[in-house]
Design a protein around this ligand. Structure first.
Ligand SMILES: Nc1ncnc2c1[nH]c(=O)n2[C@H]1C[C@H](O)[C@@H](COP(=O)(O)OP(=O)(O)OP(=O)(O)O)O1
Length: 162
C-alpha cells in the first residue's frame, strides 16, 4: 500500500469513527498538546473516538469536555478526514468548529490547552495532514480528505473542498 489508488474508497470504512473539534474565538484557535492516545506529543484539536450509542456531535462535545473541561457551544460540522495506515488501522474523523464555549480550559490527564493566533498555527508540531485541510476549514470551506499514513509519515493525500 503506497498510494491512495491502492485503496478501494468505495467500500472503505474506518475501523474507528472519531471527532476533532476546533474552538475559534477572538482570532485565536484553541488546540491541545495531546498527552496520550493516537498522536500523543503532537499538537492537535481536542477529540477522540466515538462511544457506543452516541452521535458524532455528542462525541465532539464529550471529547472537548473530557480533555479540556469546557463545553463547546453550537459546534458545526466542517468536514471529514479518512485516514488509512499501512499497518491496516484506519480512522474516520468528523471535524467540528465552535466559536464559543462554557467554562475555563484546564489541563487534564489527556491534554494541555494551548491558544494560538490564527496566523501562527504550529503546523510543524501537528499531524502532517493538518496543513492540507485546516487552512481550508478556516476559510469557511467544507472538506473531505483521504490520507495514507505509514506511522507518522504521510505517503499520499487528496482533498476535496466544497
Ligand atoms: N492524521 C490526523 N490528523 C489529525 N487528527 C488526527 C489524525 N489522526 C487521528 O487519529 N487524529 C485525531 C482524531 C481523534 O480526535 C484523535 C485520536 O483519537 P484518541 O485521542 O486516540 O481517541 P480517544 O478515544 O480519546 O482515546 P483514549 O486515549 O481515550 O483511548 O486524533
Amino acid at each position: 500500500m503506497q498510494s491512495l489508488q491502492d485503496i478501494d474508497w468505495n467500500t472503505w470504512q474506518g475501523k474507528d469513527p472519531a471527532t476533532l473539534t476546533f474552538i475559534i474565538k477572538d482570532e485565536q484557535i484553541l488546540l491541545i498538546r495531546k498527552k496520550r492516545g493516537l498522536g500523543a506529543g503532537k499538537i492537535n484539536g481536542p477529540g477522540g473516538r466515538l462511544e457506543p450509542g452516541e452521535t458524532m456531535l455528542e462525541c465532539a462535545i464529550r471529547e472537548v469536555q473530557e480533555e479540556l473541561c469546557i463545553t463547546p457551544i453550537d459546534p458545526i460540522f466542517c468536514g471529514e478526514s479518512l485516514f488509512q495506515f499501512t499497518d491496516g488501522y484506519s480512522i474516520h474523523v468528523h471535524t467540528y468548529m465552535a466559536h464559543d464555549f462554557e467554562g475555563t480550559p484546564a489541563e487534564t490527564d489527556e491534554a494541555i490547552p494551548l491558544w494560538f493566533p490564527l496566523d501562527g498555527i504550529p503546523y510543524e508540531e501537528m499531524w502532517a495532514d493538518d496543513i492540507v485541510w485546516l487552512p481550508e476549514m478556516l476559510k469557511g470551506s467544507q472538506f473531505k480528505g483521504r490520507y495514507l499514513f505509514d506511522g507518522d509519515r504521510m505517503l499520499d493525500h487528496h482533498l476535496d473542498i466544497f
